[in-house]
Design a protein around this ligand. Sequence first.
Ligand code: FAD
Length: 623
Amino acid sequence: MFLNQYDVIVVGAGHAGCEAAAAAANMGCSTLLVTMNLQNIAQMSCNPAMGGIAKGQIVREIDALGGYSGIVSDKTAIQFKMLNKSKGPAMWSPRVQSDRMRFSDEWRTMLENTPNLDFYQEMVAGILAENGKIVGVKTSLGVEIKAKSVVLTNGTFLNGLIHIGDKQFGGGRAGESASFGITEDLVKLGFESGRMKTGTPPRVDGRSLDFSKMTEQPGDDVPEKFSYSNLTAPLKTQRSCWMSYTSLEVHDILREGFDRSPMFNGRIKSLGPRYCPSIEDKINRFADKERHQLFVEPEGWTTCEYYINGFSTSLPEDVQFKALRSVAGFENVKFFRPGYAIEYDYFPPTQLQHTLETKLVEGLYFAGQINGTTGYEEAASQGLMAGINAALKVQNREPFILKRDEAYIGVLIDDLITKGTEEPYRMFTSRAEYRTLLRQDNADFRLTPKAFEIGLAKEERLIRMEQKFSQSDAMVNFFRETSLKPEEANPILEAKGSAPMSQPDKMFKVFSRPQLDLEDFRKFKKVAAYIEEHDLDQEVVEQAEIQVKYSGYIEKEKNNADKLTRLEDMVIPDNFNFDKIQSISIEAKQKLNKIRPRTIAQASRISGVSPSDISVLLIYMGR
Ligand code: FAD
C-alpha cells in the first residue's frame, strides 16, 4: 500500500499541501501526500487566478525558491497582466487568469514526476503523538501511518459547514465532504482552535451572457510570466475577461433575501475576509454606493463556465439568481453553481514557530488556511516553507527562516506567528515595510542562492540567476560610466518636460531625473545599441533600469533594514523568564510568554509590547 514509515507526511493536497510535498520530496525525504480526493489536487476553490497585488510577488518568491506554483501558473494561464504598472516597480504585481481544470491537472503531473513522493487517497482523522513528539497519523479507516514529521494543510475542511440562504450542510468545499477528528485530537493535545468564514460567487454559463453589454478586459499586449526558469514561456494568445456593474435595482433584489441570509440572521458567527466581502456585505456597509464592479472571468480555454468576481454571496439561491438577472449582460443568465459561504476551524498561528512547526508538538507543522490565512498564494508559500523545514528537521539541519527584509513570505509568517489573526489574513504590499527591496523582479536575486544552498533550487536556476545578475550589473556600470551629450539627450528631455542639459553628464545621473520613465531610457541611441550588442533580455534591461532609477530609495531601505538586523540578531534565550521583569506591563508579560519571541525585533512587533517594555527587556538582557 505504502511505506511503514515516512520522513514526512503531508495531509491535504491543496495549494499548501502540494508545495509542502514537492519541497520535502525534492529535498530527499521519503514523503507521503494523503488527501481526501486525488481528483482535486490543488483545486482553486474560489477564483481561477494566481497572483495579483502582493500575491504576485509571493508567487515569484515561491518560484525563486524552487517551488512549483509559478511554473504551474504559467503553463495553465489564459491571460497575463502586470498590475500597477503605472506605479513604481515596488508595486508591480503579476497576475494570471488560470484554466482551473488544467491547473489542477498540471500540478498532479508535476507531483507524479517528483521523486520520493507517494500518494494516498483517504481522510486523516487523527494525529499520533507521543511525549510531545509527532509519530504519525491515523486515517478514518483506522490505518496508522508513521512519520518523523507531519505537515497539516487541511484548508477549509476542518468541521466545514456550508451555508446557502437558510440551508446549511457539512462540507469542506461545494461537492466535497468536511474533515472530522483532527481538530478534536489537537484540542486534546492542548491546541487552541477558532472558526473563520469565507465565501464564493456563483459560476455561470457563458453561452447565456451578452458580452456586448460589458466592457472587455484584455490581457497585457506583451505578456510576461511568473517563472524565472526556462521551463515556461509567455502566452502567445490570451482570453479576455469582462466587466459589468450591479445597480440600485440589483441591490434592492438582494435586500429581499436579507432575512434569509446566514450573514445577517446570526447563523454565521465567524469573521470573513475583510477585503473580499460578500455582495450583501458590500451593499449593507456601503449603502450609499449606487453600483459595484463585477469582473466576469473565464474558467479556462475551452469551458463556457464563468466566475463572477465581486459577487460572492451566501444569500438564497433564488435571490442570487434573480439579482444577477438584473445585471447588464446577465438578463438570460443560467447558473452552473450557486455562491455559498463556508465556516471552518483554524488554529491561531501564534501557536507556531517561525519554521511553522507547532510549539506544542515537535515535528508537527501547520500551513495554509488552517493558520487563518486566505488565498492560494499565502497557502502555497506557507506549504513550501513548512515542507522545507519539515525536511530539514528530519535531516538534523538548521531551520530555514526568511526575514521581513528578505521576502514577503518572511513578512507573512512573522506577522502570523507574532501578531496572530482574528480574521482571514491576506497579504498586501502595505504589510511589508521594505517593499522597495521585495520586488517581483528581484525575487530570484533574493532567494535562489538561499534555496540552492539548502538543496531545493536546482543548479540551472542558480546559473540563470547569476547570468541575469552579472548582465544587469554590467548594464548599470555602463550607465555609470557613459556620458550623454546635450544634443543627444535634450530632444528626449524636452519632450518629457525635463530641463535641457548644457554640458555632458553621466547617464546614471540623467536617468534619475523624475520626469523620465523606465521606457524612456531605451529611446537613447546608446542604450538601444548596448541592448542590441549584448543581446539582452527584457528582464535584464528592466532590472538594470530599476537599479538606476530607484537607487536612492533602494539604498535608504537597505540602511533601514540593516539597522533592524541588529535587533533581529539579538536572540532572546529559549528559557528566558519574562515573569522576572518587574517594570513591564502585565499585558506585555502575558503576550511575551504566549508568543515567546525569538529575537528583540520580533518582541517589538507584538501588539501590546511597547517601546518602553523593549528598553527594559534590553536592560535585563544586559544590553
Ligand atoms: P485547500 O485548498 O482548502 O486544500 C485543503 C486540502 O486538504 C484539500 O485537498 C482537502 O481535500 C484536503 N484535506 C482536508 N482535510 C483532510 C483530511 N483530514 N485528510 C486528508 N485530506 C484532507 N481565497 C481568497 O483569497 N479569496 C477568496 O475570496 C476566497 N474564497 C473562498 C471561498 C470558498 C468557498 C473557499 C472554499 C475558499 C476560498 N478561498 C478564498 C480560499 C482559498 O481557497 C484557500 O485560501 C486556499 O485554497 C487554501 O489552500 P490550502 O492548501 O490551505 O487549503
